[in-house]
Design a protein around this ligand. Structure first.
Ligand SMILES: [Zn+2]
Ligand SMILES: [Zn+2]
Length: 257
């Protein structure tokens, strides 16, 4: 129904779910709503909500820490239902990091833990994880989803493994957010606005991916800064991390002496 990593406006969502006009807006503009037995969470991450109140929603590795509406509590039927869904009920998590921007569909989640506070605080984890990642389509599906991302120095072709938000977070949670080639640290240079910012590079050449390829976000993705990412893709075949790292380290020694 929704593809992980794709962006959707509310209008797109109404269309996909076939929501009649009289049932649009309203509760859809709050942070979460039930529709035909499923739940939809719309969450700003790292930006204050409409009321100026920062809901304090953030990623902790591949877990999503989330606060309900200001007055929410555990006994509210909707909150209770979201925390204890029936087997056929799904919770769809949408997030955005920019106000008024379309939402990114992150995946289906289930509550891992929750706090009996007002507002309610819930830690969501991805359902069926990691099987949904291991079942990524193979080569033919990959080329279809390849799109271009603006790098700082050139355009880089980013495949679906590199833009899958869950895979990205797992890669960064495992490796950290430093560039593995030049050690560039966005937080060190830019402070809070650069925190967690990094590209991830898929180190398996797409041409070598066969039908049996099983994707592992910790081993197959590596964090790199946009500059190193551009240089990696400057040559065909692409540079390996070790090779480019060797070049950069040697240049540093030479430049210093
Ligand atoms: Zn770098
Ligand atoms: Zn890459």
């Amino acid at each position: 129904m929704f593809e992980i990593g794709n962006k959707y406006t509310k209008r797109d969502i109404y269309k996909i779910l076939d929501v009649p006009p009289e049932r649009q807006r309203g509760a859809w503009d709050k942070g979460y709503r039930e529709y035909e037995g499923n739940y939809f969470i719309f969450s700003n991450v790292g930006i204050p909500g409409r009321t100026g109140h920062d809901y304090n929603n953030y990623w902790d590795g591949d877990l999503f820490v989330w606060e309900g509406a200001t007055t929410s509590h555990l006994k509210q039927p909707q909150i209770d239902a979201m925390l204890h869904p029936a087997e056929e009920q799904k919770i769809f998590l949408f997030t955005r990091t920019e106000d008024k921007a379309p939402f990114v569909f992150e995946g289906n989640v289930v509550a891992k833990e929750y706090q009996n506070t007002t507002p309610v605080k819930v830690v969501w984890k991805f359902e069926n994880y990691p099987y949904n990642l291991l079942e990524e389509p193979t080569y033919s599906g990959l080329s279809k989803n390849t799109h271009l991302r603006e790098g700082t120095t050139s355009k880089i072709s980013v495949n679906k493994y590199e833009r899958n938000p869950l895979a990205r977070r797992m890669c960064i949670a495992y490796h950290g957010a430093l560039c593995k080639v030049c050690q560039f640290d966005f937080y060190l240079i830019y402070g809070d606005i650069g925190k967690g910012y990094i590209h991830v590079h898929h180190i398996i050449p797409i041409s070598s991916i066969g039908k049996e390829y099983v994707f592992n976000p910790e081993q197959d993705l590596i964090p790199v800064c946009p500059n190193c990412h551009s240089i990696i893709h400057k040559r065909k075949p692409i540079f390996s991390i070790e090779e480019l790292k060797g070049i950069v380290e040697e240049r540093r020694i030479t430049c210093r002496s």
